[in-house]
Ligand binder design. Structure first.
Ligand code: CA
Ligand code: CA
Length: 368
C-alpha cells in the first residue's frame, strides 16, 4: 500500500513537472517569438507607433476579462465618457452615438443583440490573442500588441450566421475600423456581404479572410468572403512548421493569395488561459496583425490596397506553395517591416519583380 501511495505521489510529481515543462515550452514558442525565431531567424524589427489601428474581429466574441486582452479592447468614442446627466455613456442605456446600438462600447453581439460579445466557443478569443494580446509576465504577446480590437460576434447558438456576418461588416465599415479580420466563411456567395466588402474597399478598409479548412481547391469552388476577388481582400491559407501547406488548408493558384502559420499556434483562451489551435483562421489572424503593424508605423497612413499589395510583395517565397497559391509565399513580419521604406506606396527595393506582371497576365487569362 505504501509503495502504491509512493508511486501515485511520484506520478503526480511527474505530471506536475510535465505540465510545467509544457507551459515553459508553450510560452517559449509564443506567437511573437515563434515568428521571428522559427520563421525568420531574425531579431524583431523595432518600429515607431504613429497611430492607433482598429481591427474588427468578426468571430465568436472574446473573453472580455482575459488579462492579456482587456487592455486591447477598442472603446467606442461615442459611447464612452459622461453624458449631460452625469451618467457613464457606456452603461446609460442610451444609444449616445445614434448608430442603432445601445451602449456598444467594445463592439456588439449580433447573436443576442447585446453589448457583451462574450465568447462561449473559444475561437474568437484565440484569434484576438494572435492579433493583439498585450505582453504578459510569461512573455506572451500578439503580433500587434498596440492594436485595438472591435469585437463583433456573429457566431453563437443561432444559425443566422450569414445575416449576422453582414450586420457585423456593416458595423465595422460605419464605425471606421482599419482592418476587418474574418476567420470564417461559407461556400455560398452573398450579394449583401459582397456589397459591404465593397463599401469597406471604398473606405480603404482591409479585409483579411480565411481560405477555409477543407483541403479543397478554391479555384473550382469559392469560399466567401475570401473569394470575392476584390483588391482590399487578402485571402489566407495555412502552412505548418515545415513550411508546407497544412493538409486541411484550402488553396487555389488563382483564388487564394498567400500563406501564414496555422498549425499548433499558442494564443489566449476563455477563462484567462492559453492553448493551441490550428487552421486558416489562425493564419488569417497573423496577417491582420502584420497589417496593423504596417498601418500603425507608416509615416503616411496607407490605403487598404497598398497594405495588401505590400504584404504580397514582401512575402518570403516558399517553393512548396508553387501552383497552390496566387502568391506562393508566406508572410514574414520583419521582412515586410524592413522593406516598408517609410511609405508603403513606394516600390520596395527588392522582391521578385515579375510577380506583379505575372499576376496581371494571370488575371488576363482568367478574363479570357
Ligand atoms: Ca451606440
Ligand atoms: Ca450609451
Amino acid at each position: 500500500m505504501k509503495d502504491l501511495l509512493r508511486l501515485l505521489a511520484l506520478s503526480n510529481l511527474i505530471k506536475f513537472l510535465l505540465v510545467q515543462l509544457l507551459c515553459y515550452a508553450l510560452f517559449n514558442q509564443n506567437t511573437h517569438a515563434a515568428w521571428w525565431e522559427t520563421q525568420t531567424k531574425e531579431p524583431e524589427v523595432p518600429i515607431t507607433y504613429r497611430r492607433d489601428v482598429v481591427i474588427a474581429v468578426i468571430d465568436t466574441g472574446i473573453d472580455l476579462n482575459h488579462p492579456s486582452l482587456k487592455e486591447a479592447l477598442w472603446n467606442n468614442p461615442g459611447e464612452t465618457g459622461i453624458d449631460q446627466d452625469g451618467n457613464d455613456r457606456s452603461s446609460n442605456g442610451i444609444d449616445d452615438d445614434n448608430n442603432g446600438y445601445v451602449d456598444d462600447v467594445h463592439g456588439w453581439d449580433f447573436t443576442t443583440q447585446t453589448n457583451q460579445p462574450n465568447d462561449e466557443h473559444g475561437h474568437g478569443t484565440h484569434i484576438a490573442g494572435i492579433i493583439a494580446a498585450r505582453p504578459n509576465l510569461a512573455g506572451y504577446k500578439g503580433v500587434a500588441p498596440n492594436a485595438k480590437l472591435m469585437i463583433l460576434k456573429y457566431f453563437g447558438s443561432s444559425d443566422s450566421h450569414l445575416d449576422f456576418t453582414i450586420k457585423a461588416f456593416e458595423y465595422a465599415v460605419k464605425m471606421k475600423a482599419d482592418i476587418i479580420n474574418y476567420s470564417g466563411g461559407g461556400y455560398r456567395p452573398s450579394a449583401l456581404e459582397r456589397k459591404w466588402v465593397i463599401e469597406a474597399q471604398k473606405k480603404g478598409i482591409l479585409v483579411v479572410a480565411a481560405a477555409g479548412n477543407d483541403g479543397s481547391n478554391m479555384d473550382r469552388r469559392g469560399f466567401y468572403p475570401a473569394s470575392y476577388g476584390l483588391n482590399n481582400i487578402v485571402s489566407v491559407a495555412s502552412i505548418n512548421q515545415h513550411n508546407r501547406l497544412s493538409k486541411s488548408s484550402n488553396f487555389g493558384a488563382r483564388k487564394v493569395d498567400l500563406a501564414a502559420p496555422g498549425e499548433g499556434i499558442l494564443s489566449t483562451t476563455p477563462g484567462g488561459g492559453f492553448g493551441l489551435m490550428s487552421g486558416t483562421s489562425q493564419a488569417t489572424a497573423f496577417v491582420s496583425g502584420l497589417a496593423a503593424k504596417l498601418i500603425s508605423s507608416s509615416e503616411v497612413k496607407p490605403k487598404a490596397m497598398e497594405v495588401a499589395q505590400h504584404i504580397r510583395q514582401t512575402l518570403q517565397k516558399t517553393s512548396s506553395l508553387d501552383n497552390k497559391l496566387r502568391h506562393p509565399g508566406q508572410i514574414n513580419v520583419s521582412r515586410s517591416l524592413k522593406m516598408r521604406n517609410h511609405k508603403l506606396n513606394r516600390k520596395p527595393a527588392e522582391f521578385y519583380p515579375d510577380r506583379l506582371i505575372k499576376s496581371l497576365s494571370e488575371n488576363k487569362e482568367v478574363l479570357n
